[in-house]
Design a protein around this ligand. Structure first.
Ligand code: ARG
Length: 389
């Protein structure tokens, strides 16, 4: 029997995929990557086995996700369209790597996923899979089957004896990992409509936040956050802890009307407390330690990097080349940033670095000024020369 490795979340979509693939005469192996989105993996495994799956792979990739995907994107300053820290987008190429590895181990010819036919995720997974092994074929049941609505899927599931959880039906489609949560569909599809408070899970309502600001410090070494509030923490714990601290201050809510790769505009809400804090802190530290030309040029690189990640080109030569550039710029990105979190806002209130390029003697308007004002006159004359009539 030909084998297929299915990216499996245990939800309704991928459970239907599972049975649909079996109906096609394939032996299904499930693959689940833990990127910190939570969930009961024992339950998930039971569910897959209940559907007749013999091999269930569940892999804890939290550390790899943070070290090899999130931190490079953080160092690059990769934020899509000025707002989205790319939680979902960064997870896909890693899931693709996992699928390909299992396919090789199991000698499977196919991989399958439960992405819809009009989103970015199908592109990200399939482009990565093809880049890693072009002989593997992909099956995307949601692009092929005739199930149109959730009700169709529930009917299909019941027919195939898939347990449909009695949870109340959520009108939203969500995705969660350590770097953030994405929420779309339902009322959010009206971009003029304010998102209801009930969609949020990682961020508190600003109204119910403390009336006192929360101060935190983040310490970076060569662009990587190593300490939170003076304490060294393992990467995964640092992100998790920061999600909780910043989320408690309502920090990290993002409302983005975005340009999808597949040519449509869509409205997505994100919650990314740690990502928002760390990107800001990292930018503030870079402002202190990077020379002007590098700092300004790097902004363009960050934008391009974000587009590559968003557009599914993680495994591309340009992305690899940009990583080298970014790495070179991070040599001196070491220091501490102090931030103030308050009812949804996060502002930097201090930064310090042994590699600081800030020179008080040149900047000061007070005693001890070393700036050579006499040189300014000639500088201005020549600077303005091209514009004189
Ligand atoms: N729009 C985001 C992206 O393309 C998130 C996609 C997944 N969103 C979701 N709610 N399932 O990266």
């Amino acid at each position: 029997m030909p084998k297929v490795v299915l990216a499996y979340s245990g939800g309704l979509d991928t459970s239907c995929c599972l049975s649909w693939l079996k109906d096609k005469g394939l032996e299904v192996i499930t693959y689940t990557a833990d990127l910190g989105g939570g969930g009961d993996f024992g339950q998930l495994s039971k569910k897959a086995k209940g559907c007749g799956v013999k091999k269930v792979y569940i892999q804890d990739l939290r550390l790899k996700f943070i070290k090899d995907f999130v931190f490079p994107a953080l160092k690059a300053g990769a934020i899509y369209e000025g707002k989205y820290p790319l939680a979902t987008a960064l997870g896909r190429p890693l899931i693709a790597e996992g699928l390909v590895a299992v396919a090789h181990k199991e000698k499977a010819q196919y991989i399958a996923h439960g992405c819809t036919g009009k989103g970015n995720d199908q592109v990200r997974i399939e482009v990565s899979v093809a880049t890693l092994d072009k002989k593997l074929k992909t099956i995307a049941p949601l692009r092929e089957w005739s199930l149109k609505t959730r009700e169709d899927e529930i009917k299909f599931a019941k027919k195939h004896k898939i347990k449909v959880e009695a949870t109340k039906k959520s009108p939203y489609s969500t995705d969660l990992n350590l770097w953030g949560r994405s929420i779309e569909c339902g009322i959010l599809e009206d971009p003029a409509h304010e998102p209801p408070e009930t969609i949020y899970q990682l961020t508190k309502n600003p109204r119910s936040c403390s009336n006192r600001p929360t101060y935190i410090t983040v310490e970076f070494v060569k662009g990587i956050p190593l300490k939170l509030n003076g304490r060294k923490l393992p990467a995964v714990s640092l992100i998790a802890k920061l999600n909780s601290i910043a989320g408690n201050c309502a920090v990290g809510r993002i409302d983005l009307l975005e340009n999808r790769l597949v040519g449509i505009k869509s409205r997505e809400i994100y919650e990314a407390p740690a990502a928002v804090v760390l990107h800001l802190a990292h930018q503030e530290l870079e402002a202190l330690v990077l020379d002007k030309e590098t700092a300004q040029f790097k902004k363009l690189i960050g934008e391009k990097y974000a587009q590559l990640v968003y557009n599914g080109l993680w495994h591309s030569p340009l992305k690899a080349a940009l990583d080298k550039f970014v790495q070179e710029t991070q040599k001196n990105v070491t220091g501490v940033v102090k931030l103030k979190l308050y009812k949804g806002s996060c502002i930097c209130v201090g930064r310090k670095s042994p590699q600081s390029l800030y020179k008080k003697a040149l900047a000061t308007y007070e005693k001890g000024d070393k700036f050579d004002k006499s040189a300014a006159e000639g500088f201005i004359k020549i600077w303005g020369l091209p514009y004189q009539k």
